[in-house]
Design a protein. Structure first.
Ligand code: NDP
Length: 450
């Protein structure tokens, strides 16, 4: 980056930080995106004349609300509720709801900002949004979760709709929560519409939606491997997390001939040298999705190692797939991965690598697929769920999987188009940011000053 561009970036960030104090993750996401867009915008000055970037970092609307609910003991509980409607230039706001005690405005704005570019990359007509609550579903009874979801939707329902804003799941929001939220929406509106995605298959959901983010991140890694004439066959894969994304990444990697040796949760990671095969994965799905237990129980059951309080990035591997949360790989861990032979990082989670870790991957010229490209399969399949809801049709599993696969191949191709450097190295960070930006920016220009 030239000195002039760097100064522009610093000036831009100084304003963003002054206007959005304490929103550290949002600053981090904007810095990464704007840093890679500025050189492109300098070559296309009509974007800067219309102040497109300045407009894109300001949400179209932020909704903040109180969520009061009664717990099982009859005690009153209060949580915060949020919905960030970031950008609707290319379609209704679309993005997940996160229920986790760490949720705050800065985290949701970073996620919403990333979502705008990600949704654009999918080629489907979806704007970007994100929402959630600091409610922690962990350890709560089903009834507690239901009462919370009903109260949350009692406010959110007036802001969303199938042509306005279509939320989905994220951390802490799976099939159970989507069910309770949808039930309450339907009751309040007296309408059965595709207002949420990730619905159960019997009531408007799409086949492959639960699998889509993990499968998609694996398809994206497969495309990256192909650029070096390689495949998953025989590759050792380290995955973090053990929730929705991690589970289906494990399934697809195994189907494609790779060996997944780790999974984790916030208590630590398990290392199974023999690999987590289909039977062991079935145990994990039961443990995590039904019993809602801890990953340490896997080690006891299958004689694997459990490393308490640690992340798995010191384990030797060819491919790493962070599928838990933001900033879960720091610079030292990135260095450890590369030193141990890892040459592919495909991000199932959103922004799991710190900026220093990302710089190190790019400097090392490994195959690094940033979350907004690699994990876009989830929202893409949500887009397919919206299409099926509008058509009142259900596509087969094979049909949805084929569409998902093709979308991931196309996103990879977009990254190659916008990210290939003169020396042939594919900078997927630039590729994803520019590829996602152009469509949104052009739509904003066409729609005037809104
Ligand atoms: P889940 O809630 O199903 O699983 C999250 C997993 O990550 C759990 O194993 C959880 O462990 C672990 N985790 C969460 N927070 C932390 C933390 N602070 N430190 C360590 N471990 C943590 O969520 P998903 O699988 O749906 O989401 C995972 C990531 O993928 C998120 O970054 C999400 O934004 C991203 N993503 C998800 C999509 C989807 O379709 N679901 C789409 C695109 C991206 P524990 O149970 O101990 O908290």
């Amino acid at each position: 980056m030239s000195n002039v561009t760097e100064k522009k970036l610093n000036d831009f960030m100084a304003k963003v930080i002054a206007k959005n104090p304490s929103e550290i993750e949002f600053h981090q996401a904007v810095h990464e995106v704007v840093g890679s867009l500025l050189p492109y915008i300098e070559e296309h000055p009509h974007y800067s004349e219309a102040k497109i970037l300045e407009r894109m970092v300001e949400p179209e609307r932020v909704i903040l609300f109180r969520v009061p609910w009664l717990d099982d003991k009859g005690e009153v509980q209060i949580n915060k509720g949020y919905r960030i409607e970031m950008n609707s230039a290319i379609g209704p706001y679309k993005g997940g709801l996160r229920f986790h005690p760490t949720v705050n405005l800065g985290i949701l704005k970073f996620l919403a900002f990333e979502q705008v570019l990600k949704n654009s990359l999918t080629t489907l007509p979806m704007g970007g949004g994100k929402g959630g609550s600091d409610f922690d579903p962990k350890g709560k009874s089903d009834n507690d979760v239901m009462r919370f979801c009903q109260s949350f939707m009692s406010e959110l329902f007036r802001h969303i709709g199938p042509n306005t804003d279509v939320p989905a799941g994220d951390i802490g929001v799976g099939g159970r929560e989507i069910g309770f939220l949808f039930g309450q929406y339907k009751r309040l509106r007296n309408e059965f519409t595709g207002v949420l995605t990730g619905k159960g298959i019997e009531w408007g959901g799409s086949l492959i939606r639960p699998e889509a983010t993990g499968y998609g991140a694996t398809y994206f890694a497969e495309e990256m491997l192909k650029t070096r004439g390689q495949s998953f066959v025989g590759k050792v894969v380290v995955i973090s997390g053990s929730g929705n994304v991690a589970q289906y990444a494990t399934e697809k990697v195994t189907q494609l001939g790779g060996k997944v040796v780790t999974l984790s949760d916030s208590s630590g990671y398990i290392y199974d040298e023999k690999g987590i095969d289909a039977e062991k994965l079935a145990f994990i799905m039961q443990l995590k999705n039904v019993k809602r237990g801890r990953i340490a129980e896997y080690a006891a059951k299958f004689g694997a190692k459990f490393v308490e309080g640690e992340r798995p990035w010191g384990v030797k591997c060819d491919v790493a797939m962070p599928c838990a949360t933001q900033n879960e790989i720091n610079e030292d861990e990135a260095k450890m991965l590369v030193a141990n032979g890892c040459f592919v990082v495909s991000e199932g989670a959103n922004m799991p690598s710190t900026p220093e870790a990302v710089d190190f991957y790019v400097k090392s010229k490994i195959l690094y697929g940033p979350g907004k490209a690699a994990n876009a399969g989830g929202v893409a399949t949500s887009g397919l769920e919206m299409s099926q809801n509008s058509l009142r049709l259900s596509w087969t599993r094979a049909e949805v999987d084929a569409r998902l696969h093709q979308i991931m191949v196309d996103i990879h191709q977009t990254c190659v188009k916008y990210g290939t450097q003169p020396d042939g190295f594919i900078n997927y960070v630039n590729g994803a940011n520019i590829g996602g930006f152009v469509k949104v920016a052009d739509a904003m220009l066409a729609q005037g000053l809104v």
